[in-house]
Design a protein around this ligand. Structure first.
Ligand SMILES: NC(=O)c1ccc[n+]([C@@H]2O[C@H](COP(=O)([O-])OP(=O)(O)OC[C@H]3O[C@@H](n4cnc5c(N)ncnc54)[C@H](O)[C@@H]3O)[C@@H](O)[C@H]2O)c1
Length: 245
């Protein structure tokens, strides 16, 4: 018996990294997963997993979200994982960087939750899991100005949804990883002027001497999606190998 047997779970940003690992972990525990992303070719890697259906979705596009909602009868868990890391202080953050980051990291969650919450309310149950970060209201991290701002907003959004709908059996939590070894992290390291030094800097700040794997973060998503965590709502769950200690 799987820990998520019978649950219908919608995952954004499932084509790679934490979203992909999470979609696979959900399916292994018996969930019916709707794995979405803007990257159709990478999303196709998930097609062979039993229990996963794929769907192209840009979470910044209201019309696409509403069209997807029309095709989904029931949704038990909504996982908002899509996000983007801008590198720099406020001085390097152009208005377009601000707008793009806030749109993808925060406004997308507003659109997704606003669209799918009514279905959960009609079902009289629902579970929302948002992706935040330790780089947020939890920890000041250099060169993560707009990213940290957006991820702090996710924590506020999460607590607000949890407080507003707790009596209607809706729960809402967010996950706050430290540094996770994913394709986009590797790309960001390679884009630095000295990639070897950039990798060393990332590892030096890890008290465990290593980054998290996407699978370790996925395991936390499984716990939050399952009924094992039924009494948890409004929490920011830190998974950072002690980085924020
Ligand atoms: N990797 C880390 O160290 C780390 C740490 C803390 C939090 N996070 C957060 O975890 C989430 C996933 O990070 P990752 O490193 O696993 O991901 P990633 O950057 O490797 O992959 C992101 C995925 O999002 C998809 N995507 C981009 N724009 C989209 C859009 N508009 N609509 C739908 N999908 C879109 C991409 O196609 C890609 O498949 C992000 O929110 C990120 O901020 C990551």
């Amino acid at each position: 018996m799987g820990r998520l047997d019978g649950k219908v779970i919608l995952v954004s940003a499932a084509a790679q990294g934490i979203g992909q690992a999470t979609a696979i972990a959900f399916a292994k525990e018996g969930a019916k997963v709707i794995a979405t992303d803007i990257n159709e070719s990478k999303l196709r890697d998930l097609e062979n997993y039993s229990g996963i259906q794929i769907r192209v979705l840009d979470v910044t596009k209201k019309e696409q979200i509403e069209n997807l909602a029309k095709d989904i009868e029931r949704i038990d868990v909504l996982c908002n994982i899509a996000g983007f890391v801008h590198h720099g202080t406020i001085l390097e953050c152009k208005e377009s960087d601000w707008d793009f980051t806030m749109s993808l990291n925060v406004h997308s969650m507003y659109l997704m939750i606003k669209t799918f919450l009514p279905k959960m309310l009609a079902q009289k149950s629902g579970n929302i899991i948002n992706m935040s970060s330790v780089a947020s209201s939890i920890k000041g991290v250099v060169n993560r100005f707009v990213y940290s701002t957006s991820k702090a907003a996710v924590i506020g959004l999460t607590k607000s949804i949890a407080a507003d709908f707790i009596e209607q059996s809706i729960r809402c939590n967010c996950v706050c990883p430290g540094t996770v070894d994913t394709p986009s992290l590797r790309e960001r390291i390679c884009a630095r002027p000295n990639p070897d030094q950039a990798l060393k800097d990332f590892l030096d700040r890890q008290k465990t001497g290593r980054m998290a794997t996407a699978e370790e973060v996925a395991n936390l998503f499984v716990y939050l999606a399952s009924d094992e965590s039924a009494y948890m709502t409004g929490n920011e769950l830190i998974i950072d190998g002690g980085w924020s200690l």
